[in-house]
Design a protein around this ligand. Sequence first.
Ligand code: HEM
Length: 590
Amino acid sequence: ILVSLRSELSRTSCYRSQLSHSARLIVGCTTSSASSASLPRHSHSAGAPPAVATAANSSEMSLQPPPPPQQQQRGNATGSLRNKTALRPGHSLMDWVRLCNSGRDMLDGTRPHGVSPEELAKHNKPGDCWMALNGQVYNVSKYADFHPGGPDELMLGAGEDATDLFNSVHRWVNFESMLRRCHVGPLTAPAAAASASSSAVAAKKSESVKFTWRDAGDEFIINFAFPWPCRSFAIVTSGGLYCRAELDSEDGAAVGYYEFRCCQPHAALLLADARCQIDGSTAATLRLGKRSSDQRAPVIGPVDIDQLYGLGSAPPPVRLFPATLSGWSQLTPDTRLFRLSLPAGSAVRTPIGWHVYCETTPVEGEGDGEMAVRRAYTPVAMGNDEAVDGLQEVWQPKATAELALVIKFYEGGAFTDWLRRRLPGDTIQVSLPDGKFSFDSVMHYDCLVLIAAGTGVTPMVNLTLAFLDLDSDKRVLLVYYNRTESDIILRSYWDRLTARYPGRLACRHSLTRVDPTSDWPGLTGRVSGPALANACASWEPLAGLPAERVFTAACGPDGFLASVGDALAAAAAADANCPLSADRLFMFEG
Ligand code: HEM
């Protein structure tokens, strides 16, 4: 079931406008938290839940000065601030799984059949609520009390084609699996285009990605031309070569997504290497290294292009690929660093601050039922050193066939309980990178103050490395919250990094539960204004920097993120020289 990233958007229109902001920057997503053993949250790193993220290749592509930062906005479909409802006892995700597997008729006697828009429109009230998603109609009446966003939000899609609305709020939710037993049938005629597309999108819709390719001996080179500036580009091979590009309209008013397959599905595409590079605003080059130089070209070619998802203002559905679990190392008692290998020849470059989704494959006899569980995790950049974490200490952006994910285990966690039983060689479904963070938007700041809790530190890894790599004046202060000393993830890694970047990187640990017999030298307590102001004031490289040269990013469980917002306001109020401000903040939400 699903994940927990969250979207700050709500209605489609609102979504669109936010996306346009996100093109410049600021939007968040991700992380996880513990609560959900039963539930859906996710993110990048976090244990049970999740979160997200990767970074946009934007760092490689934009030479434009970044636009002024904008304050993050969040909201739900009703336009209020986020609104995850406290579910009544007996209405957790696992309770829903149990109900679905109980053999009860979830359709209340209705026989599965094709549904016309007119019939769909009649089922538009609590207790009799149908909705169409991706061309299929579901009876969601029984799900209403289990919906983490609450029954009222669910009702916003009642009796209609709610695909755009659903995708704008949480397209990562695996509704096909969750509602399998509630499936009424296909929508027999397309509902009136509740198109979220702006006229600009519509105008461009007929235009497709164009590409030329050539066989350059030991590699295939494909040059792409997009109708709009390309923000990110990701590829993976699995029975074909899949590409996904995210495009910005010239005026930033819309975002378009293309997802397409550019070689035949049956083609054996065995690649030694694959690199994608955004060459300019609308051009990208894909270099596919051959395994052997006599590999013939017919596997790739313009005639083979098969556009799976055209330009539209809603993101394409999450597409999953089989990855192999190649191994893991233990980071803390309940956190492991997992390594996953994508299909042979794949190369995925995860934009900074973005995530991938991982999904379970129910295994017969393990009692998982039929429902797949999906979570989001932020990949961290791997290096080659011998340390247990093996993470990069110097930024080397590259497309890779291996993903490294920090995952925290939760007792009763729907995804991690399944993962706990997997062995090296087992398959895990993973998606292409997804996210909204734009590294471009923070590149021009002098200093990043990163505030993380638990697995929320995961997106900070690549962000720190890439930012410090920009030039020798860039500085990063990480304030990292954990419960106990043994919960600190990647502690020795941060020690190594701070030693490598003296005067440019500092890490302040804060614990909420300190062993009284220990001589803990760090900070104590939860995130608060005075503590943040103090952490900034006491780090000399940050002292004296004008506030507008400092950007803040935060990641952690929901409650933590809510406290960060309050703490930033309190920090600024407590110390007039404090450079922190909620106006220059990105939250990777969980
Ligand atoms: C189309 C109408 C729908 C609307 C407007 C809607 C709205 C929402 C909202 C506002 C939230 C809370 C987001 C937040 O935490 O800030 C949410 C969460 C959630 N919804 Fe929906 N929802 C809809 C349909 C559905 C359907 C059909 C399903 C199930 C199959 C579903 C499953 C979920 C799940 C699993 C979450 C938790 C997601 C997470 O934690 O990442 N929703 N929804």
